[in-house]
Design a protein around this ligand. Structure first.
Ligand code: SF4
Ligand code: FE
Length: 483
């Protein structure tokens, strides 16, 4: 295989693979041409395209091969690197209007860089070496790494080993001198089918009895024993309709799938944790620290939605009304809050023991907490500006081809110089991002990706030094220290 250098060679690299993918009860013959899957592949491909068009933003020099690689494969060597990840994520959000799927892997291996180093330090294991060799291989070919963390979890009040069904968290079911076999399922895996490799990781703090669940390893996505069941999303079959009139976003969509592992083999050289249950929490925490500020992607997607809302206001002839202008200001304020907290986290990063950089954890959690709320408020305002038509438009077939087409074009017009077609297209985009297929990328992922809202509140409460704040107040108010 040659090094992937652009969108075309990426598409080539994922064609003719033998992946077992089910979608609506059928085995998918070719994901690249499947109308529901294709827009997600196109979104991933944009990460390669941006590297060609804006190399200073979307590439970096590999310390392992000495060559330029996609920034999504780069280990952050300073705060500037962390910040550039965010800039690139916002840009890709603007270009695609959806989830471009490549950040999970980036955040996973940035977390693993330091965690494998620290496990080795304590247990004299060889994981960091394994990991660097793996990463070097990925750099050599400029591949896509997916991260697979979220287990299906069963009874949420119980640890993995306490579950009635032992497979509800991915676990080792067999071992030999060459490696381990794993079984279980990972839920809502972003971009897994569009990746080359995936890294499986535990999803929560583990106990001594959960040693078999403390497994981190890299697996090619077409390894034997893996099955993908493609996630059904709102309005996804619109891209199977002739004309694709009602898709809203004409080019791009995200991708979520369930992955079932049925005795999948991981050779020793691709294992980065094997039984060190006491490091599972550290890995989860570091991964989420990186990933929660990666959600500045939503500021880029938000730019698209704000643009759509402002456009429809213009088409409706109300762009100069003061309350409309104020709503656009509010949308921008909320959107920039997401970006500001994300880049603040990156710019306040610090060096880990292994020498890479990790962003600030408190601010990363504040960023993601904003993402869980502000996107919904921006979506609400976009629907406000769109008007009721966003939920009542006739189908594209009626509008474009049907007997009533001319009437619909006459009656669905906005202000004089704007034709009805353009007005309907913008409304379909707002529908797509707030109610349709890409509402998963803009809203549901904002809510639950990288951990649901309560997970961030727990972290915020842990990271804030409340005693110090009390001291500030006591000092200024003259309250005396008690013994
Ligand atoms: Fe990246 Fe955002 Fe998609 Fe997560 S939701 S993979 S951060 S684009
Ligand atoms: Fe996500």
């Amino acid at each position: 295989m040659d090094k992937i250098s652009n969108k075309e060679t990426y598409l080539e690299s994922i064609s003719n693979r033998d992946l077992k993918i089910y979608l609506m009860g059928e085995l998918v013959k070719d994901p690249l041409t499947h109308p529901i899957i294709k827009p997600s592949i196109e979104a991933m491909a944009e990460t390669y395209d941006l590297a060609v068009k804006e190399p200073e933003l979307a590439t970096a020099k590999s310390p392992y091969t000495g060559e330029y690689i996609n920034r999504f494969l780069h280990i952050a060597e300073n705060n500037e690197d962390l910040f550039l990840q965010n800039k690139m994520q916002r840009k890709l959000g603007q270009l695609t209007g959806t989830c471009f799927q490549r950040c999970v892997g980036m955040d996973a291996f940035n977390a693993l860089h330091s965690v494998t180093f620290e496990i080795d330090e304590k247990y004299k294991t060889n994981y960091h070496d394994n990991f660097i060799k793996f990463l070097t291989e990925m750099h050599k070919y400029n591949l896509v790494i997916g991260g697979a963390m979220t287990d299906v979890k069963g009874d949420r009040s119980k640890l993995p080993h306490e579950q009635e069904d032992e497979d509800l968290y991915l676990r080792i079911v067999d071992r030999n001198e060459k490696g381990v076999y794993v079984k279980g399922a990972k839920a809502h895996q972003t971009g897994c089918i569009n990746s080359h490799w995936m890294v499986v990781m535990p999803t929560l703090r583990l106990s001594e009895n959960d040693k078999d669940y403390a497994i981190v390893g890299a697996i090619p996505v077409d390894a034997e024993g893996i099955t993908y069941i493609y996630g059904r999303q709102s309005c996804d079959t619109r891209s199977m309709e002739p004309g694709e009139y009602d898709v809203g976003n004409k080019y791009f969509a995200g991708q979520e799938a369930m992955v079932i592992f049925d005795n999948v083999f991981i050779p020793n050289e691709y294992i980065f944790m094997n039984g060190e249950y006491d490091y599972a929490a550290m890995l989860v925490e570091r991964f989420t620290t990186y990933h929660r500020r990666s959600y500045v992607c939503k500021a880029g997607v938000g730019d698209v939605l704000i643009g759509a809302a402002a456009t429809i206001a213009e088409y409706n002839g109300v762009e100069n009304a003061s309350h409309i202008k104020d709503k656009i200001v509010e949308m921008n304020k909320l959107n920039e809050t997401i970006y500001a907290t994300g880049i603040a986290s990156s710019l306040q990063g610090s060096e880990t023991k292994s020498g890479n950089y990790m962003n600030d954890d408190l601010l990363a959690n504040v960023c993601k907490q904003h993402v869980t709320k502000e996107t919904y408020e921006i979506g609400r305002l976009a629907q406000d500006l769109a008007g009721g038509l966003v939920g009542s438009m006739p189908s594209g077939v009626d509008f474009n081809e049907g007997e009533m087409s001319e009437d619909l074009k006459k009656y669905l017009k906005g202000k004089d110089d704007i034709n009805a077609e353009d007005r309907v297209k913008i409304l379909r985009l707002i529908e797509n991002m707030t109610l349709g297929r890409n509402a998963v990328a803009y809203l549901t992922e904002s809510m639950h990706g990288a951990g649901s809202p309560q997970a961030q509140r727990v972290q915020i409460s842990r990271k804030v030094d409340i005693e110090q704040k009390k001291d500030f107040a006591k000092k200024l108010s003259g309250v005396k220290e008690r013994d």
